[in-house]
Design a protein around this ligand. Structure first.
Ligand SMILES: [Zn+2]
Length: 78
Protein backbone atom coordinates (compact mmCIF):
# COMPACT_ATOMS: atom_id res chain seq x y z
CA UNK A 1 0.00 0.00 0.00
CA UNK A 2 1.31 3.43 -0.95
CA UNK A 3 1.47 6.56 1.21
CA UNK A 4 -1.26 8.48 -0.62
CA UNK A 5 -3.52 5.44 -0.46
CA UNK A 6 -2.86 5.08 3.26
CA UNK A 7 -3.64 8.75 3.87
CA UNK A 8 -6.88 8.41 1.92
CA UNK A 9 -8.06 5.51 4.07
CA UNK A 10 -6.75 7.11 7.27
CA UNK A 11 -10.01 8.97 7.78
CA UNK A 12 -12.08 5.87 7.09
CA UNK A 13 -9.95 4.09 9.67
CA UNK A 14 -10.39 6.92 12.19
CA UNK A 15 -14.15 6.86 11.69
CA UNK A 16 -14.07 3.15 12.49
CA UNK A 17 -15.50 2.25 9.10
CA UNK A 18 -12.51 0.45 7.61
CA UNK A 19 -12.72 -3.29 6.99
CA UNK A 20 -10.45 -5.65 8.97
CA UNK A 21 -8.32 -6.22 5.87
CA UNK A 22 -7.98 -2.48 5.29
CA UNK A 23 -7.01 -1.89 8.93
CA UNK A 24 -4.40 -4.62 8.67
CA UNK A 25 -2.94 -3.15 5.49
CA UNK A 26 -2.81 0.35 7.02
CA UNK A 27 -1.08 -0.97 10.16
CA UNK A 28 1.39 -2.90 8.03
CA UNK A 29 2.19 0.29 6.15
CA UNK A 30 2.82 2.12 9.45
CA UNK A 31 5.49 -0.42 10.34
CA UNK A 32 7.33 0.41 7.12
CA UNK A 33 6.57 4.13 7.12
CA UNK A 34 6.91 6.11 10.40
CA UNK A 35 5.93 9.28 8.54
CA UNK A 36 2.40 8.00 7.86
CA UNK A 37 2.16 6.69 11.42
CA UNK A 38 3.02 10.15 12.76
CA UNK A 39 0.27 11.59 10.60
CA UNK A 40 -2.17 9.02 11.93
CA UNK A 41 -1.30 9.74 15.57
CA UNK A 42 -1.73 13.46 14.91
CA UNK A 43 -5.13 13.03 13.27
CA UNK A 44 -6.27 10.66 16.01
CA UNK A 45 -5.36 13.18 18.73
CA UNK A 46 -6.99 15.99 16.77
CA UNK A 47 -10.17 13.97 16.40
CA UNK A 48 -10.25 13.20 20.12
CA UNK A 49 -9.71 16.85 20.97
CA UNK A 50 -12.49 17.95 18.63
CA UNK A 51 -14.83 15.35 20.14
CA UNK A 52 -14.01 16.56 23.66
CA UNK A 53 -14.38 20.17 22.57
CA UNK A 54 -17.87 19.49 21.22
CA UNK A 55 -19.10 18.64 24.70
CA UNK A 56 -18.54 22.22 25.73
CA UNK A 57 -20.65 25.02 24.42
CA UNK A 58 -18.67 27.06 21.89
CA UNK A 59 -18.83 30.82 22.34
CA UNK A 60 -21.09 32.37 19.72
CA UNK A 61 -18.39 34.85 18.78
CA UNK A 62 -15.95 32.04 18.05
CA UNK A 63 -18.51 30.13 15.98
CA UNK A 64 -19.17 33.24 13.88
CA UNK A 65 -15.44 33.82 13.41
CA UNK A 66 -14.90 30.21 12.33
CA UNK A 67 -17.81 30.41 9.92
CA UNK A 68 -16.35 33.54 8.31
CA UNK A 69 -12.97 31.84 8.11
CA UNK A 70 -14.41 28.73 6.45
CA UNK A 71 -16.42 30.80 4.00
CA UNK A 72 -13.24 32.71 3.13
CA UNK A 73 -11.53 29.40 2.36
CA UNK A 74 -14.48 28.32 0.24
CA UNK A 75 -14.08 31.46 -1.83
CA UNK A 76 -10.44 30.53 -2.40
CA UNK A 77 -11.60 27.30 -3.92
CA UNK A 78 -10.67 25.06 -1.01
ZN1 LIG B 1 3.62 6.12 4.12
Amino acid sequence: MKCDETRHYLYVYLDGEATILRRWRIRRHFRQCPHCEDGFVFEERLKLRVREGCREEMPRELVERLRTLLQGHADDGM
